[in-house]
Design a protein around this ligand. Structure first.
Ligand code: AMP
Ligand code: MG
Length: 487
């Protein structure tokens, strides 16, 4: 197995990380391996035995060319600045170059303590590892930018949380692990030179086309803001709630990062919160755009020393970029919603239609995912699905009539439009009650429900008769779903 490592952060960014090593797991056992992702990375594992994969992807055995390290970072957590965070339970083993030249970080999550573990054990329990694997692969299949999951390995150890759990290690693949919090760390402790060095590295690695711009740091800020707005608009479109949008969990690459207490909404409610640690609803579904604005303001602050060093006048430009975020986000979000609704070209009446939708969905407690599929069914002349989602035939009738008349502005055949909608609106998402049941079974040693659910959410758009149960929300009288952070 040849990893084609090319460890640029290790080589170019001395002082921005701490070297690390994985703890020897007791008895590593492969739980899941992502063959399609291995192919994407150019990792040939056809003749490699599961024992060998388990050994490598638990940190038991380091592949040739690995340079393990833990990144330093800081971050605003629930609005409060922590100047010392860093990879406490994650270890970069190296950067891989895929056959097409794309660069990826390979990181082990849960392989033991690092220089940044503080009081933590550096380990991960099987539930959160399998949750991140499942949800990140579902997001990738839905076309949402995200870190990926290459492998999950049980360590044979126990991990103590509220109670004792089997331990596991996740191998995470990211285009990089540079976070807003990485910039904040070096802005807070070291000042302009380090921010400039990190920004230069980030631009070279992610956005080489910006190297020649007048002020690459300002251009980077602009690009990161754009990517975050696009990302969060996509989250909103699939009903995803990240749950811990702290600045240390925001990747500058625009990928969804750090799946903790995240979950998908079933019935629409704008204030939905699943995380047990988010008592005030700071990171509720409907607050994610405002939080993005807030997080990007923190990013701009960290970038200011670099932006100023190139041209002091650009500080005003940076401020203008931050001030423009609400309008910028709304434009991107409206596009997302238009696509979901099959609306095509923007029109002045769209906004009213889109804005009024959410009140309707909330009033009638409509399953968010199924609703958009039911609209496409309506275009095919099938009203049963929509009827089953609504309390009575009159509910939403005026909204549907309005939507229908707006569709008629563009001469697109209904069936063609319905197919286009189905290609962007998932039929299968990781439903909370199914995820929970799969994790409970996995913890008890039965991987079958998890493996099945993974197969379903990796194929989100095409309805299959035999997968009917996977599209149903939790029963209406089920207890409110709660998610927990501790991985
Ligand atoms: P999170 O809220 O999961 O994004 O993590 C916040 C910070 O806590 C990061 O710096 C993590 O590396 C650290 N952390 C979380 N869990 C552990 C653990 N089990 N051991 C060491 N550090 C941890
Ligand atoms: Mg984190």
């Amino acid at each position: 197995m040849d990893f084609a490592f090319d460890n640029s952060f290790h080589a170019d960014m001395e002082g921005f990380f701490a070297p690390g090593e994985a703890v020897q797991p007791l008895e590593p056992k492969l739980l899941a391996f992502n063959q399609a992702l291995a192919d994407r990375l150019g990792l040939t594992v056809a003749d490699v035995e599961d024992e060998k994969l388990a050994s490598i992807f638990s940190g038991h055995e380091l592949p040739a060319g690995a340079d393990p390290l833990a990144f330093a970072y800081a971050g605003h957590q629930f609005g409060h600045f922590s100047s010392q965070l860093g990879d406490g339970r994650a270890l970069l083993i190296g950067e891989m170059l895929a056959p097409d030249g794309a660069r990826f970080d390979l990181q082990l999550k849960g392989a033991g303590p690092t220089a940044f573990s503080r009081n933590g054990d550096g380990k991960a329990a099987i539930g959160p590892v399998l949750r991140e694997y499942l949800v990140s692969e579902a997001m990738a299949a839905m076309g949402v930018r995200t870190t990926r999951s290459l492998a999950a390995v049980a360590t044979g150890d126990r991990v103590q949380r509220e109670r004792s759990h089997p331990g596991a290690v996740l191998t995470r693949v990211a285009s990089s692990h540079i976070r807003v919090g990485t910039f904040q760390f070096f802005a807070a402790h070291f000042g302009a030179d380090h921010v400039i060095q990190l920004s230069d590295y980030t631009v070279r690695r992610h956005f080489p086309e910006l190297v020649e711009t007048a002020n690459p740091h300002l251009a980077l800020l602009d690009r990161v803001i754009g990517l975050q707005c696009e990302l969060v608009a996509r989250w909103m479109g699939v009903g995803f709630i990240h749950g811990v949008m702290n600045t240390d969990n925001v990747a500058v690459s625009g990928e969804t990062l750090d799946y903790g207490p995240c979950a998908f909404m079933d019935r629409f409610a704008v204030n939905t919160v699943f995380s047990s640690i988010d008592a005030n609803g700071r990171y509720a579904y409907g607050r994610q755009p405002q939080i993005t604005h807030w997080n990007m303001a923190r990013y701009a602050e960290a970038m200011l020393p670099a932006i100023h060093a190139v041209n002091p006048a650009d500080v005003d430009a940076a401020k203008a970029l931050v001030d423009a975020i609400p309008a910028r986000f709304r434009a991107i979000w409206l596009d997302e919603m238009r696509t979901k609704l099959g609306l095509g070209r923007p029109h002045k009446d769209d906004e009213q239609l889109i804005d009024s939708l959410f009140g309707e969905l909330e009033q009638h407690a409509v399953d968010f995912t199924s609703f958009f599929r039911a609209l496409a069914q309506l275009l095919r002349g099938e009203g049963d699905m929509l009827e089953s989602l609504l309390p009575d035939a009159e509910a939403m009738a005026p909204w549907i009539a309005d939507w229908w008349s707006q569709l008629e502005r563009e001469a697109i055949a209904p069936l063609e439009r319905a197919d286009a909608m189905d290609a962007v609106n998932p039929f299968y998402i990781p439903r909370n009650h199914l995820v929970e049941a799969a994790l409970v079974a996995a913890e008890a040693g039965d991987m079958a429900p998890w493996t099945k659910l993974l197969e379903v959410v990796q194929n989100p758009f095409v309805e299959r008769a035999e997968w009917g149960a996977f599209a149903q929300p939790a029963p209406i009288d089920a207890a409110p779903y709660k998610t927990f952070c501790g991985t």
